[in-house]
Ligand binder design. Structure first.
Ligand code: MD3
Ligand code: FE
Length: 230
């Protein structure tokens, strides 16, 4: 299913055991040092979703190697298995690769460790994971993700409570937009023209996580290519 050009939704992509393993991994990453933190916005507000980063630390609006707006500790490494999961996800969402997924400059966009598929399509070298935790009242306002210096697709994995994901245009944070529900185990990949689209999470439905998952709330893992080099 495609909510917009280059945006692909694969419901139920993660098997239950895989979801449980990812939740457990997130619990470990959330612990200090450089663990789960509240993000303070330059305008004085705070994000209601709390966040932990792997590989590179995101702060509004840039990337650093230490938790500059947290405890200052070095950011935890991006595990190779998680980068591999990102590549597998892009292949699942875009079986044919090509410009639909990667944009017109897809052959050169990835840099840093990107290698070719057997069919010649480039493979993004995911070096960032941003993990957002949403309690029942958390939301994320409409925004664009433009702090990465790469056009590689963003991979999004949802765990726990169902949310409303709002997908807009590249032009403005307002209408038109498409609202879709993201459930535990869903994959979304944002490539090509969707990479710089406005998007947000206006609503999380409390107590909708799969009973066996052991998670109260929602976790979202986004995998990104920084384009920042070593
Ligand atoms: C479309 N996260 O971390 S995931 C974010 O559910 C973020 O936590 C939301 O927006 C969440 O920046 C939405 C879906 C998503 C993530 C990154 C994107 C959609 C995107 C980047 C470009 C275009
Ligand atoms: Fe975003």
């Amino acid at each position: 299913a495609e909510p917009g050009p280059g945006a692909v939704h694969v419901p139920d992509w993660l098997a239950p055991a895989r979801q449980r393993a990812l939740v457990e991994a997130c619990r470990a990453w959330a612990r200090p040092p450089a663990g789960l933190r509240t993000v303070h916005l330059p305008g004085g507000g705070t994000m209601t979703a709390r966040q932990v980063c792997l590989g590179w630390h995101w702060y509004p609006y840039g990337y650093a190697r230490t938790a500059v707006d947290g405890d200052g500790a070095p950011v935890k490494p991006m595990p190779a298995w998680l980068a591999d999961l990102g590549r597998t996800a892009v292949r699942a969402a875009f079986p044919d690769g090509g410009t639909a997924a990667y944009g017109a400059d897809g052959t050169t966009a990835y840099g840093v460790g990107g290698t070719a598929h057997d069919d010649g399509a480039p493979v993004p070298a995911y070096d960032i994971a941003l993990i957002n935790f949403y309690g029942a009242d958390a939301r994320m306002g409409m925004h664009r993700d433009s702090d990465e210096q790469s056009t590689a697709p963003v991979v999004s994995l949802s765990l726990g409570d169902t949310c409303v994901f709002r997908f807009g245009t590249t032009e403005s944070r307002g209408r038109p937009y498409t609202d879709i529900e993201l459930r535990s185990g869903d994959l979304m990949v944002f490539g090509g023209p969707s990479r710089l689209a406005y998007h947000g999470v206006p609503k999380v439905y409390a107590d909708t996580a799969p009973p066996g998952l052991g998670l109260a709330g929602r976790l979202n893992i986004t995998l990104r290519v920084s384009g920042l080099g070593g």
